[in-house]
Ligand binder design. Structure first.
Ligand code: PLV
Length: 395
């Protein structure tokens, strides 16, 4: 590629760095050329202009060809998810005295991180060319990711929801072309029905959290963090339902050599199956899901999540629905993004002072290098749903 000269018009006070970068300085104090020198300069600048236009044009076609190649490669590697923004939160950083980064999974096409793992799993199912269709039991978001990926892959999708899932979800799923069934009160009931239907109708099960392929898809979050963070994070915060997101994060941390980063697992009271398992030192099945954060409402965590939670760098904390709701509201106010109560559980780690308490207890370093919040998002929320939660939680 031909090098194109760069002329920088600036004042003599401009930083020396310009010249160090190879730009030629044209000072506003330079002597004006005489007429002979001037026509020579004009001719030179015409040649320069033509060369520059040629370079720009060939650069453009080079860039678009390169871009197409990257896009093709990305769509093969990344499936249906997008690389989400990593934002610095001034409000949260001020609260805990260290830089807080928000990994905005709320920006995913299906509304949450779920599309990473579920998209990857569905691609895998489609590539085997044997499936008559997929079936997923879900509190909402796994279903939305399945319906989205299945539509793109032209696979029929059935989503089984418990009655605790907000009504707006069923309509969103139907809009994606999925068949929707509402069975039982909580996710575990819907899951039993999904397994039965899979058997009787010969459908492929897409598990919302207990599948290594789903974890592999979720682990892409950490690879993106590695590519954009200036250094290893001080700690990471994640919401726990059945533990699929957590498993993906732990796999990813190991893969990038960040296996020792403290990971804070957040649950709501009444959907705290991982915390209960840690206390009992074995997997526990909760008698019921009493939290309104229904997307965290698996009665039993997956085995791998329990194994990972035993690591010394993993901390498990539980907040109330009210703390998660207040976090949701503050986040909407400060960051202008509406997320689900399930995500509010993570945000409450900062807004409810959990981080500061853990630092005082010596369980998290003080000062903390930086904190990464996985803003898991969630599509089962709108203004009416927020108002409903405010009414039932504050009653
Ligand atoms: N939700 C699952 C499981 O529900 C679902 O079917 O959608 N944050 C959000 C917004 C979620 O939707 C979920 C899971 C989680 C966090 C927790 O992820 P997990 O289950 O992988 O730990 C019952």
């Amino acid at each position: 590629m031909a090098l194109c000269p760069v002329f920088a018009v600036t004042t003599t006070q401009s930083p020396q760095g310009w010249r160090d970068d190879g730009a030629r300085l044209v000072s506003d104090k330079m002597d004006l050329p005489n007429s002979g020198e001037f026509s020579g300069l004009l001719f030179a600048s015409q040649i320069f202009f033509i060369t520059m236009m040629h370079n720009i044009r060939s650069r453009e076609s080079y860039d678009s060809a390169k871009q197409k190649k990257i896009s093709r490669k990305m769509s093969k590697q990344n499936g249906f998810h997008v690389v989400t923004p990593l934002l610095e939160s001034t409000g949260m950083s001020k609260r805990i005295g260290t830089t807080v980064y928000l990994k905005m999974e709320s920006s995913q096409p299906s509304g949450s991180f779920k599309i990473r793992g579920i998209g990857y799993k569905c691609q895998n199912v489609a590539s085997l060319n044997k499936s008559k269709g997929v079936i997923c039991s879900s509190g909402g978001n796994a279903g939305m990711a399945t319906a989205y990926a299945a539509r793109k892959l032209k696979l029929p999708a059935t989503i089984v929801l418990p009655s605790s899932t907000p009504e707006l979800v069923a309509q969103k799923l139907k809009d994606q072309g999925a068949t929707v069934k509402v069975v039982g009160k909580v996710w575990d009931d819907a899951n039993a029905e999904a397994l039965r239907l899979a058997e009787s109708e010969d459908l492929t099960v897409i598990h919302p959290f207990d599948d290594p392929l789903v974890w592999k898809g979720h682990s892409s979050i950490v690879h993106e963090l590695k590519a954009s963070l200036p250094s290893k994070p001080g700690a990471l915060v994640v919401s726990i339902g059945g533990g699929g997101l957590f498993c993906g994060i732990m796999d990813g941390l190991d893969e990038v050599g960040w296996g020792d980063v403290p990971v804070l697992c957040m649950e709501t009271m009444g959907a705290d199956c991982l915390n209960a398992a840690l206390k009992s030192r074995s997997l526990v099945t909760l008698p019921d899901i009493t939290s309104k954060a229904t997307c965290l409402g698996a009665k039993t965590a997956c085995q791998q999540a329990f194994e990972y939670s035993k690591r010394p760098n993993v901390i498990s904390e539980v907040v109330t629905d009210l703390q998660a709701l207040e976090a949701m509201e503050l986040f909407l106010d400060e960051e202008r993004v509406l997320v689900e109560l399930a995500c509010g559980a993570s945000l409450a780690a900062v807004y409810s002072g959990v981080i500061q308490r853990l630092q005082e207890e010596g369980r998290l370093p003080k000062p903390l290098d930086s904190l990464v919040m996985i803003v898991c998002g969630g599509g089962s929320v709108n203004l009416a749903q927020l108002q409903h939660l405010q009414a039932v939680i504050r009653k």
